[in-house]
Design a protein around this ligand. Structure first.
Ligand SMILES: Cc1cc2nc3c(=O)[nH]c(=O)nc-3n(C[C@H](O)[C@H](O)[C@H](O)COP(=O)(O)OP(=O)(O)OC[C@H]3O[C@@H](n4cnc5c(N)ncnc54)[C@H](O)[C@@H]3O)c2cc1C
Length: 475
């Protein structure tokens, strides 16, 4: 059954709620898949598009830094990488990012030889055996398909803490903790095995590589927006979704003091879980379905970013690494931002704090935070402390998911259409997959394929057969 009457003279009205990557990717896919014109509107609460992909600039010098998402995951060595294809298609240059050094107690550890020298032979044995267990838990091909149900079920198996407890050497365990926590928005032991392993294995180039967009990741958001026909309504908050089964959906909108209600055939909620809590869902069936959706996926995780501008370049790291991992704050990633985006006589360092440390430290003043992160600099970079000209803090408390998919992944259809009787209502989000841009891209493609296939009878690719998990294996 079609989502809207095909004999109607007007084009189908589609609302995308949220102008972050999820909303923009959905619009991108929909406009390319739809066989007939759409009346597509993107509602964004703030005054800018891009959500948590946010490339900001300092004021003391025209130098950029990433305030949100820092890196994109490159799966092309393992299989088709549609996000990387998109970056290429819109003509944006990419920069590979590398980093292998973990500083623990001030000591750089980059390989097994360093482990033996620092912690001894037993630590090497334990880490090797953990590494073998991790690799046999998820192969590169399974990692690539990490949104799919069979991988989730096989690897999710219980808390990651239990797997880490297999490392009895305290120092070896600390090294693994720091390495994983440096990219994680939650505590290492608190997530499930599947997600914990993914965050361990992502450090291995056989599984995936990292890259960013030269000149700032937000350029991808601008490049997509420039190619969209959709109407974009900035500063417009969706406060309520209403509509009975099989009815058109009504959105209550607030733009400044202006309140209005508009009707749509399809509504796609491209919001992170914390934003759902500020939207009212009217009607018992819809409200219940959305409450269950939120409860299932409500595993808040936290980041905090501190960036500092230096009046001189950052000394090069071994192998020209773009980041290193520190044991401060339970494990933090220190980006040499100016390695990815050279800025002449200046330098930029950026810390990504995650999990409990990000929450605890979010209450501190910016000055206190900057002092704390500068105190964490390892010896090779310690002199940077005397060259700070400006600093910026971005708090992302509760903004991401600690347990994408939840403890037990819901069936793909229910995941993206939480109320089956509200056939025009879909959700898109990274929290359904792996808390990354690649994940939200896959989620957007899944919904766009589905809406298009079901409602428009559009050009269907073999992959886009409705209801058969179109993009589950494409990640
Ligand atoms: C510090 C940090 C670092 C990260 N690093 C990486 C990384 O290195 N690699 C990676 O792949 N991912 C990373 N991520 C995750 C990545 O940013 C997310 O996967 C991505 O932003 C999710 O996109 P989204 O559109 O679902 O949500 P968002 O980016 O949060 O966008 C949602 C949009 O919806 C808008 N909105 C909210 N409520 C309403 C409403 N009621 N009405 C209208 N609009 C509304 C918001 O203003 C926002 O613009 C990071 C995230 C953070 C916070």
């Amino acid at each position: 059954m079609s989502l809207w009457s095909s004999d109607s003279n007007r084009p189908p009205r589609v609302a995308i709620v949220g102008g972050g990557p999820g909303g923009l990717f959905t619009a991108w896919h929909l406009e390319r898949l739809a066989a007939t014109p759409l009346s597509l509107t993107i509602f964004e609460a703030t005054s800018r598009l891009g959500g948590k992909v946010c490339t900001a600039s300092f004021t003391a010098a025209d130098v950029r830094y990433e305030a949100g998402a820092a890196e994109l995951y490159d799966y092309s060595p393992v299989g088709h990488d549609p996000l990387k294809d998109l970056v290429r298609q819109v003509g944006l240059p990419m920069v590979s990012l590398g980093g292998s050094v973990v500083f623990v107690a001030g000591r750089p550890i980059a390989n097994l030889d360093d482990i033996v020298e620092a912690y001894g032979e037993e630590a090497r044995r334990e880490l090797t055996s953990f590494d073998i267990r991790a690799r046999s838990g998820i192969t590169p091909a399974e990692f690539y398909g990490s949104g799919s149900d069979h991988v989730a079920d096989a690897a999710a198996g219980g808390r990651f803490a239990a797997m880490l407890d297999g490392i009895s050497c305290r120092k070896a365990r600390r090294y693994v903790d720091v390495m994983i926590h440096s990219d994680l928005a939650t505590e290492v032991g608190e997530t499930n095995c599947g997600y914990g392993l993914q965050n361990y294995l992502m450090n291995d180039p056989a599984y995936m590589r990292l890259y960013c967009i030269a000149g700032g990741n937000e350029q991808l958001m601008h490049a997509i927006t420039a190619r969209l026909a959709a109407q974009v309504r900035l500063g417009t908050v969706v406060t309520e979704v209403a509509g009975g089964p099989e009815e058109t959906l009504r959105l209550c909108l607030r733009a400044g003091d202006n309140l209005q209600v508009e009707e749509f055939d399809v509504v796609i909620l491209a919001l992170p879980i914390d934003a759902f809590k500020r939207v009212r869902f009217a009607g018992t069936t819809l409200a219940d379905a959305m409450r269950r959706h939120v409860e299932h996926h409500d595993h808040p995780a936290h980041y905090l970013r501190v960036s500092v501008l230096l009046d001189r370049p950052v000394p090069s790291l071994p192998g020209d690494d773009a980041y290193l991992m520190l044991d401060a704050f339970g494990g933090t990633c220190l980006y040499v931002e100016s390695a990815r985006d050279p800025c002449g006589s200046h330098g930029v360092l950026g810390w990504l704090l995650g999990g409990a440390a990000a929450v605890e430290m979010a209450v501190l003043s910016d000055e206190a935070l900057v002092a704390a992160v500068l105190g964490s600099l390892p010896a090779p970079l310690a002199a940077c402390r005397d060259h700070v000209v400006e600093s910026r803090v971005h708090r992302w408390t509760g903004a991401v998911s600690a347990l994408p998919g939840g403890w037990v992944r819901r069936p793909a259809d229910l995941r993206h259409r939480p109320s089956p009787v509200h056939r025009g209502l879909f959700v898109v989000g990274d929290y359904l997959y792996d808390s990354t841009l690649n994940g939200v891209f896959d989620s957007a493609e899944h919904v766009a394929d589905w809406v298009t296939a079901e409602s428009l009878g559009a050009r269907l690719s073999a992959r886009a057969t409705p209801f058969i998990k179109p993009t589950e294996a494409s990640h």
